[in-house]
Design a protein around this ligand. Structure first.
Ligand code: GLU
Length: 411
């Protein structure tokens, strides 16, 4: 199923339970604007490459639109549309004053030099600069984009419109970035995991964890789970997956991540190399998908042997797989709650920027914890009282807030 249709299916499911009605529902399904631009760039060898870039603005009823920018060969309009919609629900679930948007450039950054990457980024921002802005739409990091890319975005936008650090979040600390932003998504995933475990009478020290993906989200999730005493039994990156029933040596592996050494080259006693699918079907208490979307198909879902799935990635579960998990009684804490820590600290960064303030890391983390745990409690209570899945409960809360704002503002 195409990604946008999959997201819309979740929206319709929740809307039906809520009795929202077709007028409001149709407003919530379609993006407000779609910017589709060509990004011509001169490569280092003098040749011209033309990439396609997208910024899709899904909904602004609750505030300026917010969402990351990803660089990946699989990026297309459908994918970005789905991810933009998810941002609308995510910002509403954690009740921060934003709508939702997402951007992407269909390119393979592995084949681009640093200079080429900078030129791609600056050209893309030139092309969409009228559509974004600190009170309009605020990009952030996502797959294959980082603080350096955000610095170029801030610089290019500021050249065109005057100094505006609040136009983008996830910036370097030296350029009006926020303490705690880089680790925020992985940290939030583990706050949510801890809350779930608390509800079932356990702590991180009692459980085994598998993490699929070792980029920004996966590496910080593995680190914080490990620091909390969890046994990380399986881990993967794009090169392959590794498993060790006794628990992997996370400090050593974090160095692999930092130096971008492929996990497929890792050798240690008791560690076996397995496939990505074997990782997803490893028997484990907590399974954290933290890579790309669509990894749980219905077939894979039948084989999963996890106590709970906490979605660090966006849209890792296909709707058919969601049904399999529901039938098999495996709870799935959805992306729009589980990985909302990133955009929450993006909100803190933006709030600091527009007030010209600087918060300490402790202040950022304690505010993040408060938002994540209280959002978790709201969704958990709904799961219990309405007897719905975690995903449906999260969509009910998100849709409710956006629908109310839409009706109050007037169509
Ligand atoms: N890309 C992240 C996400 O999917 C963060 C977005 C943001 O900080 O605006 O939630």
């Amino acid at each position: 199923m195409k990604a946008f249709e999959a997201t819309n299916r979740y929206i319709r499911q929740a809307s039906q339970i809520m009795g929202l009605g077709s007028r409001v529902e149709s407003l919530l399904l379609s993006p407000e604007a779609e910017h589709n631009v060509t990004v011509p760039v001169e490569l280092d060898n003098g040749e011209l490459a033309v990439f396609t870039g997208y910024r899709i603005q899904h909904n602004s009823a609750r505030g300026p639109m917010k969402g990351g920018l990803r660089y990946h060969p699989t990026v297309d309009a459908d994918d970005v549309r789905a991810l933009a919609s998810l941002m609308t629900w995510k910002t509403a679930v954690v009740n921060i004053p934003y709508g939702g948007a997402k951007g992407g450039i269909s390119c393979d950054p592995k084949n681009l030099s640093q200079g080429e990457l900078e030129r791609v980024t600056r050209k893309f921002i030139q092309r969409i600069s009228e559509a974004i802005g600190p009170q309009r739409d605020i990009p952030a990091p996502d797959v294959n984009t980082n603080a350096q890319v955000m610095a170029w975005i801030m610089d290019e936008y500021s050249r065109l419109h005057g100094f505006a650090p609040g136009v983008v979040t996830g910036k370097p600390l030296e350029l009006h970035g926020s303490e705690g932003r880089e680790a925020a998504t992985g940290r939030g995933v583990i706050y949510i995991t801890e809350e779930y475990l608390k509800d079932t009478g356990r702590t991180l020290a009692d459980v085994s964890v598998a993490v699929q993906g070792f980029g920004n989200v996966g590496s910080f999730a593995a680190r914080f789970a490990h620091e909390g005493g969890a046994r990380i039994v399986a881990l993967s990156d794009a090169s392959g997956a590794i498993r060790c029933a006794k628990g992997l040596d996370i400090p050593t592996l974090l160095n692999y991540g930092r130096t971008r050494t492929p996990l497929s080259t890792y050798q240690a006693e008791g560690v076996e190399h397995i496939s990505q699918e074997e990782l997803l079907t490893t028997e484990v208490d907590v399974l954290i998908p933290a890579a790309l979307g669509g990894v749980f198909t219905a077939e894979v879902a039948e084989e999963v042997r996890a106590g709970v799935i906490v979605e660090g990635a966006n849209a890792p579960t296909e709707p058919e797989a969601d049904e399999v998990f529901a039938r098999r009684g495996i709870p799935v804490i959805p992306d729009i709650l589980a990985n909302a820590g990133g955009v929450t600290v993006s909100y803190f960064e933006w709030a600091q920027n527009i007030q010209c303030l600087r918060w300490t890391e402790d202040e950022v983390n304690s505010r993040l914890k408060h938002i994540m745990t209280s959002s978790y409690a709201t969704i958990r209570n709904l799961v219990k009282s309405r007897n719905v899945s975690w995903r449906t409960a999260a969509f009910i809360v998100g849709l409710g807030r956006v629908a109310k704002a839409t009706v109050l503002r007037g169509i």
